[in-house]
Design a protein around this ligand. Structure first.
Ligand code: CUO
Length: 672
């Protein structure tokens, strides 16, 4: 079949590989040249594949072609680690191509895609290649299974060019009888799930080669990115008159929230298993997955992690104490809790967060008696669909906060910027009132055809509905009375103005609700400075086109430096989810802006061509995290003595303004 586009020449839409006969699987061997010429006729490009002596693929092939694949399952992780090593270890791109082509029809498709993606992202000689959007290759992980029958029908009956988009129903997984269902547009958003999948692809927690895992501050970023997801989710809950998410901290208590994904795995040809309301997790004994683990193991790890936090140090595998200090503590804890292979001591502190995903994802079949695979919590591409994801990560975050609240609060000198003060702050959207943001629904089309095997070729679009907002601009007036030119980092956050009961927040609670909207460096001339920044420039987000990459709109010119950048950078919060939905009458929020001293923030490195525009949650590829401060600064710690409220926290280089987020539920706009 016309195959993966990863090695495809730019602009060519169909490519075939000239595969050595020996590389054909048994099934196709007898068809030999016939199968090659059948697909070859229409191809615009033929890629020769060299026959080389192949590495040992027995371990990667030990996972069935039609099994589900999960990085959270330790056996699968080891298998993936082996295949990544093989792909990364190939001497040249040609050799990589040979082994990839050979493996393509023999290895589990999810495993293949994951290992090849990780390898392409990390090999020096393949960093410029385009990774196709995961939603394109495996649309079954993102879309209602009913859509695929319609897609097949459309592709078979209607000629390419005259096909109509298939409309993905707006909210198909549950009814409003379930209050949790109000959050469908967040949990089931394709962009959010793609961001999460991509994040874990960029920051794998296991690989044979440690260098792939050992990235700058990866443990801290694990904490921060997921902390922000919970803050954003809570703000979204407020937009639906729901209280903050509750932690899943009692593993013996049934999980009230059920989830019925209504998705089929096209690879496994099975439905993703649901979890019924009030299901409890149970001791796991699944021979196939080589998992034999009790809830008490999870509890033991948890207790040891808390003990380490309270003692202020962890004990590594050689018995040395490593302090959980201000500088490195959160990074060590992140790796330890997740756990990644650079955890200081997995045999003592275990694999807490990953195994939490596993326990929850197998709650419906803990001993494999029903021969069922894992639920959506077992896969980073689907986990965020499930309400329990947020309950689990709220607990994970709570443990991180146990450490953060033990750090010395920031002192005034750590917060102020001498000579710099903010004298004005406003947001405005085009044609709107000042300090009012507006949200509505938008419909966008995504091509699903690449993920469909054995259907006629050509595009078939699915039309799905997602949240959107009117773009807006921040205007910030900054005085520089220092008498010299200065540089500052502008940090913008927002949080609801009041708690669930409409009461003003205590700083210690509101800080956890603070959602980062943007962070950027400015030059401050002596005197008055007016800074204007557009919401679309946010350091948190990537544009819609990049989230999906198969949409040709706004695609940079072929071969341009912008195009290289465009291809690399699939990690980033989707721009259309930058701000929460808000409420029809307006949700009252506080917008916070701080200008910190760039001398204390700066990290000296060059960022040219480094894919740095969604750095807040994703870091910068192959570079240090581009901000020396603790992630989440200045809200990552408790306030100094005497500060109870946000307004008392403010120093002259900070400012807040009330903003209202209004949602117009009747406005549905088609993406042009
Ligand atoms: Cu991203 Cu739990 O780490 O899903």
């Amino acid at each position: 079949r016309p195959t993966e586009p990863v090695f495809m020449e730019k602009g060519k839409t169909s490519t075939v590989f000239d595969v050595p006969d020996k590389y054909l699987t048994k099934r196709y061997e007898r068809l030999g040249n016939e199968i090659q010429s059948r697909f070859g006729e229409k191809a615009e490009q033929r890629v020769p594949v060299r026959e080389i002596s192949l590495p040992d693929l027995r371990i990667p092939m030990s996972l069935g072609r039609d099994e589900q694949f999960s990085l959270f399952v330790p056996r699968h992780r080891r298998i993936a680690g082996r295949l990544i090593d093989i792909f990364v270890g190939m001497r040249t791109v040609d050799d990589l191509l040979s082994v990839a082509v050979y493996a393509r029809d023999r290895v589990n498709p999810y495993l293949f895609n994951h290992a090849l993606s990780v390898a392409l992202l990390h090999r020096e000689d393949t960093k410029g290649l385009d990774l196709p959007s995961f939603a394109q290759n495996f649309p079954d992980k993102f879309v209602d299974s009913q859509v695929f029958r319609q897609v097949r029908e459309e592709a078979t009956v209607v000629p390419d060019g005259s096909r109509m988009p298939i409309v993905v129903p707006r909210d198909y997984t549950a009814s409003d009888l379930d209050p949790e269902h109000r959050l469908w547009y967040f949990r089931e958003d394709m962009g959010i799930n793609l961001h999460h999948w991509h994040w874990h692809l960029v920051y794998p927690f296991e690989a044979g080669d440690r260098r792939i895992v050992e990235k700058d501050r990866r443990g801290e970023l694990f904490y921060y990115m997921h902390q922000q997801v919970i803050a954003r989710y809570n703000m979204e809950r407020f937009s639906n008159n729901l209280a903050r998410v509750t932690r899943f901290n009692n593993f013996r208590e049934p999980i009230a929230e059920g989830y019925f994904p209504k998705m089929d795995s096209l690879v496994a040809s099975r439905a993703w298993p649901p979890r019924f309301d009030n299901t409890s997790i149970k001791d796991l004994n699944r021979e196939l997955d080589q998992i034999n683990l009790d809830i008490s193991d999870l509890e033991r790890w948890r207790d040891r992690i808390f003990e380490a936090i309270h003692q202020g140090f962890v004990v590594d595998a050689s018995g040395n104490r490593i302090p959980l200090d201000e500088r490195r503590g959160i990074d060590i804890l992140g790796n330890m809790l997740e756990a990644s292979i650079i955890s200081p001591n997995q045999s003592v502190y275990g694999d807490f967060h990953n195994m939490g995903h596993v326990f929850i994802s197998y709650a419906h079949d803990p001993d494999h008696r029903h021969l069922e695979s894992f639920g959506v919590m077992g896969d980073s591409a689907t986990a965020m669909r499930d309400p329990v994801f947020y309950r689990w990560h709220a607990y994970i975050d709570d443990i991180f906060q146990e450490h953060k609240t033990r750090l010395t609060p920031y002192t005034l000198p750590q917060l102020q910027y001498d000579g710099i003060s903010i004298s004005g702050l406003q947001v405005s959207s085009e044609g709107g009132q000042p300090n009012v943001l507006s949200t509505f629904w938008q419909q966008s089309d995504v091509d699903l055809s690449r993920g469909m095997d054995f259907v006629p070729r050509g595009n078939v679009f699915a039309r799905f509905t997602h949240l959107q907002h009117t773009p807006f601009t921040y205007t910030i007036n900054v005085n520089n009375d220092s008498g010299a030119q200065r540089f500052g980092t502008v940090r913008i956050f927002t949080a609801p103005k009041t708690d669930e009961r409409g009461q003003p927040w205590l700083f210690r609670d509101q800080r956890l609700m603070m959602v980062e909207l943007d962070k950027f460096v400015v030059q401050l001339n002596p005197g008055q400075n007016t800074i204007r920044r557009r919401s679309t420039e946010s350091s948190v987000t990537i544009p819609f086109e990049r989230t999906f990459r198969n949409l040709e709109v706004n695609r940079p010119a072929q071969g341009s430096p912008e195009e290289l950048e465009f291809n690399f950078c699939g990690c980033g919060w989707p721009q259309h989810m930058l701000i929460p939905k808000g409420l029809p009458g307006g949700m009252r929020c506080e917008l916070f802006v701080m200008v910190s001293n760039y001398e204390d923030d700066r990290v000296d490195q060059t960022l040219v061509g480094a894919c740095s525009d969604a750095a807040s949650y994703c870091g910068v590829r192959d570079r240090l995290y581009p901000d020396r401060r603790a992630m989440g600064y200045p809200f990552d710690r408790l306030p100094r003595q005497g500060v109870d409220r946000l307004v008392q926290f403010l120093t002259p280089n900070m400012s807040i303004v009330d903003v209202s987020i209004r949602h117009d539920a009747n406005r549905v706009v088609m993406r042009q």
